[in-house]
Design a protein around this ligand. Sequence first.
Ligand code: ATP
Ligand code: MG
Length: 376
Amino acid sequence: MKQILPGATLGVLGGGQLGRMFCVAARTLGYRVIVLDPDDGSPAGHIADEHIKADYLDKAALDLLASRCDAVTTEFENVPAESLRYLANKTQVSPSAESLEIAQNRDHEKKYALKAGLNPAPYCYIQTDADIEKAIDAIGVPAILKSATLGYDGKGQAVINNVEELVSAYASMNKVACVLEKKIDLALEVSVIVARNAQGEAVSYPIAENQHRDGILHISAVPARIDDVLADKARQQALALAESMDYVGILAVEFFISGEGELIFNEMAPRPHNSGHYTKDACVTSQFEQQARMMCGLTPGDTRLTSPVVMVNMLGDLWDPDWASLLAHPEIKLHLYGKTEARPGRKMGHFNVLASDVEKALQVAQSAFEELRNSH
Ligand code: ATP
Ligand code: MG
């Protein structure tokens, strides 16, 4: 593969905060960036050199993007895979349409993970009413019903304690294809970001320990407070998964750690991940610079952690916070996404707290978050 070097133009499908942070990183490296996103006020559109405002299926817009870009990537996993396939006939595209299709469907991604030697929670695929009884017999309760496609931030999920609940949850999901998976007794949740280029060079980032609130990521702490053997295992498994898919780009892999210390695959995301935002201030190479490097066939950048760090998400519920008090902390790095409308649950920004150890970073993170909550 020919390397694509600074001065070239990179395209990104999707204009959310992940695309915005990609634009900043790619432009810092000296690339031009074009965003394709239907939304006028898209966070990435403000930062890109050019914003093509069009639907992801608009052929004329895809033609325009392909004609102007030396390589195209995505920041949004629900971009239609057929759009990537269409673009791939005209320019260099990563990750591939096939990788996206695997990650878009919970049944496919679990099958793939199993094949690559990872350990998903026991699950059954539900396609019709006839599958319900079989599924609950096989999985037992408590279980979690998840729509097979289009879930995010815990949406499209229900906890199931008996067959009646399963019947009604499945009906309230309009009987779309679902997976029923065993509810794991969670000791911890962690994630690993890996990066791989078309030449097969791959790297992994330090493990993030993730805490959620109401199904939405709240805090990522790095390094995760798990033993080295488990941390190495998670990094190796994530690399093996990327390898098995011949994946090119950034792949985020979420794991559960059970009460018994078992490492369980949850899901993957074919793009930079919220739990990797700590890399912006605490790694030699951020996940967004890495995304640009991978799509251009460059050598993977160093993933070394330069400081213990805690990332805290800021949702619309906090608006308008007292920025002066947050910025009075010298060890806090603020990242806002330029979204004008603050809705509850909407990701508006995050901050990273750097400290000499993760416990100290957690303390500062928690008190800074409380200050923000009390200030708005
Ligand atoms: P996100 O977009 O935040 O990654 P998502 O909607 O894709 O979320 P999941 O990652 O599958 O959904 O689940 C969201 C959260 O729900 C998990 O991080 C975990 O806290 C909890 N959860 C999901 N599946 C299970 C399970 N099998 N056992 C226990 N807890 C679970
Ligand atoms: Mg998840």
